[in-house]
Design a protein around this ligand. Structure first.
Ligand code: F6R
Length: 587
């Protein structure tokens, strides 16, 4: 959550910071701010709301060439300028992404030293704590190293010190941070999209690394030994991280799905057989799948494939619950962690717990070298490219595909890979259907329901989350047979209900349940791979039946497009829904 950007170099810093903030806004968007050094003094400008509000407040004549900036997703303290970053205490100004767990303890120490605080954030306390350490040591490297020992929690930090006004200091612990350079200057960012327009080369910082940017980049480890780092190269184009012709990133990313499928097939499959990039997880007789939100639902969908084709039990866990549960795993259990960002705090902690218990952990991740990717025993990448819209779409499809690949490899069913051959084209056709007429039945409703059985229930969960997340309609998913045990009392005249059937064996019963809600006035949108002659529904979206292992993947597309069009009709901020942020790095 929260995006940070910093620069030290030859160019005017304000446009670089504002540009970087705009491209990182998906990481948090309740307030934003910048700090620049001008005439050896730090100047801070902050605004509540979007980066555009901040831009209006900034004097374009600021001539500084060094600065740091932040876009916030509130954790401690409300949304107001006092709590927005950068924070300033004594000679120190900083931007912080993460959570300081022992900030109350630190604050008590600082209050005794007569520090006062304008806001309620843990970050302002951290700023004062660094200032205190600096005043005691008069050495920034030593100060940061001491801070690392005392502070508990997660942080990516960019720090300015008025006594060294030509340097940016940086460090991180469990929050992502990269540093990069061109002939014109040094850039820091929480994520590659913020700097890709200047360069594709970057360094990934490891926990407790310390960086000084002062016309060149110096790296130190926590013992303050000078170190060298491996240069990484971003392997996507600048366009991939931009909206291009599309009105929203979400629409662009749905339109990326055919390409993502092709990339996955190229990477893991050759001549309808898995290549060496696809491991064979032979020894396992039990699988756990762990994730949050949509990532968790990929597990619920894949469970059906694993259990049917591999014939081993699969248990799905929400990462935020998994950590506190008793687990009956052993050396033959594989725990799969699903995460687009690879930084989701609950998933990361669940992974750490699994590793502590000596159980094998596989990560399925999108963001290269993210924390989950780095800490798991093995990582498989979904190759989806940069995903900016807060609501995940292409990563979801890619996660389900990759889980299906793993299952097919374990099951020795490579011959089924042939059914993926035209998946990209089918997805393209589904994207291009007209969703406006059906979306009109949803956008004025206060609630909506999604019903299905088995694998279709997993799809319902995702469809329902997507709708509520971006359209703010209170939507719920139910196993179709469960409605009559309570929920059906919520059905009123015109309540929209999405009915999903992909499995012919489960279809008749689901249709009976659909008719029960129709009889009580519901508007029924039917998504199926086998249209009924009996027109029990109001509208239908038909998926071409290829094979059950790909039919469910195709069904995700109309669910995403429906949510998109409902939010569009409601004129909502589709890419940045209220209260949310991409990459949830708090537990
Ligand atoms: C929903 C959505 C979230 C994420 C969840 C996990 O559209 O995007 O539910 O799926 O926050 O995020 P990652 O996959 O980054 O761990």
């Amino acid at each position: 959550m929260c995006g940070i950007i910093g620069y030290q170099g030859k160019n005017s810093v304000v446009p670089i910071l504002l540009d970087g903030l705009k491209s990182l806004e998906y990481r948090g968007y309740d307030s934003a701010g910048i700090a620049v050094c001008e005439n050896n003094k730090v100047k801070i400008i902050k605004a509540v709301g979007k980066v555009a509000n901040l831009e209006k407040k900034i004097d374009k004549n600021i001539s500084s060439q060094i600065g740091i900036a932040h876009t916030r997703w509130a954790t401690h303290g409300g949304v107001c300028e006092e709590n927005a970053h950068p924070h300033h205490q004594g000679v120190i100004s900083l931007v912080h992404n993460g959570i300081i767990e022992n900030y109350v303890e630190l604050k008590n120490i600082l209050l005794k030293k007569k520090y006062t605080f304008k806001g309620q954030t843990d970050s302002e306390v951290l700023c004062a704590f660094i200032d205190m350490l600096y005043k005691e040591n008069k050495d920034m490297l030593k100060t940061i190293s001491l801070m690392q020992k005392e502070v508990k929690g997660s942080y990516a930090l960019l720090i300015l010190n008025e006594e060294e006004p030509d340097k940016v200091y940086a460090t991180r612990c469990n929050s992502p941070l990269i540093v990069s350079y061109t002939d014109d200057g040094i850039y820091f960012a929480s994520d590659v999209p913020a700097i890709i327009k200047y360069t594709k080369k970057y360094y990934l910082l490891d926990n407790n690394d310390i960086v000084i940017a002062h016309n060149s980049i110096e790296f130190y480890n926590k013992n303050l030994d000078k170190i060298t780092k491996k240069e990484e190269v971003f392997d996507k184009t600048v366009e991939e991280a931009q909206k291009g012709e599309y009105k929203h990133f979400m629409l662009k990313e749905i339109n990326d799905e055919p390409k993502v499928i092709r990339e996955l097939l190229n990477y893991y499959v050759k001549d309808n057989k898995f290549n060496d990039n696809m491991p064979y997880f032979k020894k396992y007789n039990k699988i756990f799948i762990v994730g949050c939100g949509s990532a968790y639902y990929t597990g619920e969908i894949a469970k059906n494939i694993f259990e049917k084709y591999v014939g081993i039990p699969v248990y799905c866990y929400l990462a935020s619950e998994y950590r506190y549960q008793k687990h009956f795993y052993d050396k033959n259990t594989l725990v799969i962690f699903i995460s687009q960002s690879g930084e989701t705090a609950d998933t990361l902690e669940a992974l750490r717990k699994t590793k502590e218990n000596g159980v094998d952990a596989l990560a399925i991740v999108n963001v290269y070298a993210s924390s989950i990717a780095r800490e798991a025993d093995k990582v498989l990448y979904i190759k989806a490219g940069v995903e900016i819209a807060v609501a995940t779409t292409k990563a979801f499809i890619a996660q389900v595909c990759l889980l299906t690949f793993i299952a097919l490899k374990m099951a020795g069913k490579e011959e089924l890979l042939k059914y993926f051959a035209n998946l990209d084209k089918e997805i393209e056709k589904l994207i291009n259907l007209d969703y406006k007429p059906v979306a009109k039945h949803f956008y004025k409703s206060h609630s909506a329901f999604f019903i299905g059985r088995g694998i279709d229930y997993g799809l319902c969960e995702e469809g329902s989350l997507k709708l509520k997340e971006i359209s703010y309609i209170n939507s719920s998913a139910f196993p179709a047979g469960e409605l009559k045990h309570g929920t059906i009392s919520l059905i009123e005249e015109n309540t929209p209900v999405v009915v999903i059937t992909s499995n012919p064996d489960l279809k008749p019963k689901t249709i009976s349940n659909a008719k029960e809600v129709k009889a009580r006035g519901a508007y029924l949108l039917y998504i199926t791979n086998d249209k009924e002659k009996d027109k029990f529904y109001n509208d239908v979206i038909e998926i071409r039946h290829i094979h059950e292992i790909v039919d469910s993947i195709m069904m995700v597309v109309p669910l995403q497009m429906l949510a998109y069009h409902v939010a569009l009709l409601k004129k909502l901020d589709i890419d940045k829904p209220r209260n949310l942020a991409k990459s949830v790095t708090v537990e």
